[in-house]
Design a protein around this ligand. Structure first.
Ligand SMILES: *Cc1c(COP(=O)(O)O)cnc(C)c1O
Length: 318
């Protein structure tokens, strides 16, 4: 294991992705400010390239590979957004990419990954072990495995979104970030501790997949079966060797929300803010809403992590 990444790594990642990743906008909403009695800032990573923050970590990681690894190419296993991110970053950097995806991944994510030039291998997410499939491919074909969350370069890349937010809006009292395997939350916490030390940082999970909350509270990484939730970007089974210690040290708490609360979030974003947000992208808002009585008069950050959802699925959920 390498050393844990630091904010210095986030700052270097920010320099590496500059001009390749978008500096996404920060949106506000009068309606939500009134509902909360607070000032709320949404960091809009659904407007990132390929529609989610994952492009940041993927591009940062791939741009650090040496020439021989670049020639051989990369492999990623992903419920969708990480696969798209690796496929797109690989194309921009001129490397071949193989993506291992669940057979029931949203059709739009599969099509987009193919569109970015990735070779796709499908597997059954309830029966097969995607990590083993990815590792076997890496060994057999000499590919570099790009982990979706548990690598210092991924964590550093994901942390650049929070760095941009704090640089743009200044100090915040609380920041709500969706949690799957924890690359996004760990990176966000590194930026928060460096740029807004008093800001409370909350990770947010689907309640049926609360392994992160149980790990955070017990002090040891808890493994669960693939949770059944509409938040397909947060269907991870456990936190990582790198993400967990950073989360334990720098995050204030882990909260959970129901699928119904995620749908309310999608509805709010579409109706009031005219934004199409995927279920996983609504984790932050849903948790902030649960505790809004504690947030009166405060300055709140909410990360919108992604917007990749089939329109047919979107309307069905609403
Ligand atoms: C991957 C993903 C997450 C969770 O990120 P982790 O780094 O795995 O915790 C949250 N939202 C969306 C949209 C994602 O694609």
């Amino acid at each position: 294991m390498n050393e844990l990444p630091t904010f210095e790594d986030v700052a270097q990642a920010a320099a590496r992705i500059e001009g390749h990743a978008r500096r996404t906008p920060v949106m506000t909403s009068r309606t939500i400010d009134e509902e909360f009695g607070a000032e709320v800032f949404f960091k809009c990573e659904h407007l990132q390239r390929m529609g989610a923050f994952k492009f940041r970590g993927a591009f940062n990681t791939l741009s650090r590979l040496d020439a021989s690894r670049r020639r051989a190419g990369v492999v990623a296993f992903s419920s969708g957004n990480h696969g798209q991110a690796v496929a797109l970053a690989a194309r921009l950097l001129g490397m071949p990419a193989t993506i291992v995806m669940p057979h029931d991944a949203p059709a739009m994510k599969v099509a987009a990954t193919r569109g970015y030039g990735g070779e796709i291998i499908l597997y059954d997410r309830y029966k097969e072990d995607r990590e083993r499939i990815g590792r076997t491919l890496a060994e057999e074909r000499g590919l570099t495995l790009v982990h979706p969350y548990d690598h210092p370069d991924i964590i550093a890349g994901q942390g650049t979104a929070a760095k941009e937010l704090f640089e743009e809006v200044g100090d915040l009292d609380a920041y709500f970030v969706g949690l799957g395997g924890g690359g996004l939350l760990a990176g966000s916490a590194l930026s928060a501790r460096a740029l807004a030390p008093a800001c409370k940082v909350y990770g947010v999970e689907p309640e049926l997949g609360n392994d992160g909350q149980r790990s955070f509270r017990s002090g040891a990484i808890v493994h669960i079966d693939t949770p059944k939730t509409i938040a397909d970007g947060a269907q991870t089974q456990h936190l990582g060797q790198y993400t967990f210690p950073i989360i334990r040290r720098d995050v204030d708490d882990i909260l959970t929300v129901s699928d119904a609360e995620l749908i309310e979030g999608m509805h709010f974003f579409a109706q009031r803010m005219k934004q199409v947000i995927e279920p996983t992208g609504c984790l932050g808002l849903a948790a902030a809403r649960q505790m809004k009585h504690l947030l009166k008069g405060r300055r709140i950050g909410i990360l919108i992590s992604g917007g990749n959802v089939d329109l047919a699925r979107f309307s069905q959920l609403l």
